[in-house]
Design a protein around this ligand. Sequence first.
Ligand code: SF4
Length: 449
Amino acid sequence: MTTRVSLHTLGCRLNHSESESLGHQLSQQGYQIVPEDAEADLCIVNTCTVTGASDSKNRQLIRSLHRRMPQARIAVTGCQAQMEPEAMADLPGVGLVVGNEAKHQIANWLPLLDEAQTSPQIVHNKIRRLPFSLPLPLAEEGKAERQLGATRGQLKVQDGCDFMCSFCIIPFARGRSRHREFDNLCAEAEQQVASGIQEIVLTGVNLGTYDFHGQNLVDIVDFLDSLKDLQRIRISSIEPTTVDPGLLERMGDQSHKLVPFLHLPVQSGSNRILELMKRRYNALDYAREVEEAILKIPDLCVGADVMVGFPGEGELEFTETLNLLANLPMGYLHVFPFSERAGTPATRLVAKVSPDEKRTRAARLRELSKRLRHQFMQRFVGTSRSVLLEKTKPDGRQGGYTDNYLRVQLNSTKHESLQRNRLIPVQLESIQGDVLLGTPLPSAETPAH
Ligand code: SF4
């Protein structure tokens, strides 16, 4: 009988893209991948450990899976499995724990579950600092997935980080920076495109540091640009100070497929806090980087992660953050309250911020984000832009994203249902909440992105 496997993923985009690739591997090996809420014989939980709160979510999820399906076996992988393998193995129903180093070979370790009747099995190695390659999905399988609805393909090109920011556990949970072999990532990109993917999103922990025998992120985007049937290339997120000028040039070049989108985590606008965080720039450097990019790249969307309530952040430091971001033409902000993670230097800082204060500051920044988002959207009302159409929602609504990350919804009264997973030109007419409403134009007017 075929083993039914459900995959449960917590945390960042990279973790999600890794689970996707685990799913491909497992189905190639004859497992049946079922949705998260379906009955399964085996549940694989891909954990996150970025904060103490993430650890609790992992535990809660594992316990609830065991309650719902006491007969199912549970395998745990990901960042908490790397950091605390024994604690994961002690949870009810867990038969196998696989650390991050062995995560991509998890299929090879699943037979160990048969030996886990008496005690859970742990596969845990020190993460090596070597270039890596990943198994490629079968072409046929990619096609099947396109039929299910994916329009964007995630392409992991890098893992780990050397930056050692004082609040971050990633350099321990995912190891130091290392890079995917260039030929291996190119081969996966070619497969994704052959299976119908229109947009490739480059993922990794610290993408700007990619370096495989002298080939860097610019070489990756140029290779992707040469793939005839690919329409867009997007960089998921990139650290300030690591953006190669060649990337900005390509984003500004209308004939290049690298889209005008820059997610540049700022974390704080206070120099004192940036120093405590051990970030590698100050507020002025950040502002210059954003302004320079905006000048060079027409219609660029710049977004940022911002953390509130880092130890030592008083009203003055918070106001510096607020002012910095209010005075930059940002497209959106992702706001996170600081949450302590055991094992990071930030836990030793004593000037803690109260949970109430963190909530208030987060709400103020989210308000600002709304205003910035609205201003950014407003600039495009009355213009036309290409939208990559996603699967129609159950209520019949259709929409997608522009190259510069505007969420667009098609005006339902003005068009027939359109084929998904293709770029269509849309006249952007008005704003509703955080989406732009628009009407499809005849395809002949489709712009490049
Ligand atoms: S750059 Fe800093 S925050 Fe980002 S993964 Fe590296 S250590 Fe963590």
